[in-house]
Design a protein around this ligand. Structure first.
Ligand code: ATP
Ligand code: MG
Length: 363
């Protein structure tokens, strides 16, 4: 008689991603990627290349978006994201996401989208003025679909994304109430048990919720010209660190331990040494910014060195790296479509749209 097999508990799912508007930077690493590296061993992880969202600010730059899509995957791989553990997913090849976005757009009041603080900050920081396309604020609705298409338990993100996750949680709850007869007093963890299609996902903010950019004002952002990229060479890292402005005049002037430089110290220098530096900095104990910047650049370069080595494997001449990357994306997206199509079908049935099922294949 064959041994009875114990049915395996399905892994909880995790969804997160990045927009291909540039290469990945240190803010991504401490805000989200570190956590992804741990999570890929514990959960079924889907890492989304939000290339559709890149068009909301760069609709006229399709070549850049394509190149950045490939570069971001190389960044992920160089950080240690393992495609045999986690799925790399291309947003434009998961049609269920666009379809769910349309339905979810009915569940979110227009004013709620427009008063979303992240949207407001981005319009301001990215200088979009009042001529941004309709699609720009729509991306926040699309992001609800990016997430909910995978019915994940967790979404690892930086602090700037928390208002988006709140909106996503709102949409999940509203959908379950409107179409699945879930009671509005049902605790969020019980929505699926009560018949809801969507679990209410939880944001998991990283070790550093918001790393400032080298401008010391905005958060580090790929599209704001204030980022240290994971693929920057060592000298570039030192040059950029040197540009962090503190306004401090001398090594004996007491410094502000919450300024941008010290936030970098906290993020990249081991805790005990960081505490010592901060203590001396606060007292103006003969500790110049130049000294700190050098130590900081060394610590960051030590962190980036293994990434550079892994990345070099994909950047070998002959573009074979790109083919490898596209193959990784194809495989991850195929699995993503299995889950997202299932979700869409569940949502359609709940919405009385379950007329017949369709097939979807990835070549
Ligand atoms: P863009 O300028 O195009 O908006 P971005 O640098 O903000 O790019 P995103 O792709 O929007 O990067 O964000 C990807 C993930 O990284 C999100 O979870 C976001 O919260 C996180 N993240 C981005 N910047 C930072 C930062 N400076 N500190 C912490 N987390 C960050
Ligand atoms: Mg962003």
């Amino acid at each position: 008689m064959p041994e009875p097999t114990t049915p395996q508990k399905p892994k909880t799912r995790v969804l997160t991603g990045d927009t291909p508007t540039g290469r990945l930077h240190l803010g991504h690493f401490v805000g989200s990627i570190e956590r992804r590296l741990a999570m890929q061993h514990q959960h079924e992880c889907f890492f989304l290349l939000a290339n559709m969202h890149a068009f909301t600010t760069r609709w006229d730059k399709p070549d850049e978006i394509r190149a950045d899509t490939i570069e971001i995957v190389k960044d992920w791989l160089s950080c240690g994201i393992d495609p045999s553990l986690a799925h790399v997913v291309l947003q434009t090849e998961v049609p269920a996401i666009a379809e769910l976005s349309w339905f979810f757009a009915m569940l979110i009041p227009f004013n709620r989208v427009m008063s979303n603080p992240t949207i407001k900050t981005e319009i301001d920081a990215k200088g979009l003025g009042d001529s941004y396309p309709f699609g720009f604020p729509l991306y926040s609705v699309g992001q609800c679909a990016d997430i909910l298409a995978f019915r994940p338990a967790f979404v690892p993100v930086g602090e700037d994304q928390v208002p988006h996750i709140e909106m996503c949680r709102f949409v999940a709850g509203k959908f379950n109430q409107v179409y699945c007869a879930v009671n509005n007093r049902t605790p969020e963890d019980d929505h699926v048990k009560a018949g809801g299609v969507f679990p209410i996902p939880k944001a998991k903010v990283g070790r550093v919720a918001r790393l400032p950019g080298i401008d010391g004002t905005h958060k580090m952002s790929k599209s704001l010209g204030n980022a240290i990229f994971l693929s920057d060479p060592p000298k570039e890292v030192q040059k950029k660190i040197n540009r962090i402005f503190t306004g401090r005049q001398s090594a004996t002037e007491p410094g502000d331990v919450n300024n941008a430089l010290m936030q970098f110290v906290d993020a990249f220098i081991p805790q005990e040494r960081a505490a010592e530096l901060k203590d001396r900095y606060a007292r103006g104990d003969n500790l110049g910014d130049g000294h700190i910047k050098q130590e900081l650049a060394e610590a960051i370069n030590a962190l980036l060195e293994p990434m550079r080595a892994r990345r070099a494997e994909y950047d070998k001449p002959g573009r074979t790296g790109d083919d490898t990357v596209i193959d990784i994306i194809r495989r991850g997206t195929a699995r993503a479509n299995e889950v997202a199509e299932e979700t869409l079908w569940m949502a359609k049935e709940a919405m009385r749209l379950g007329f017949f099922r369709r097939g979807l294949t990835t070549a």
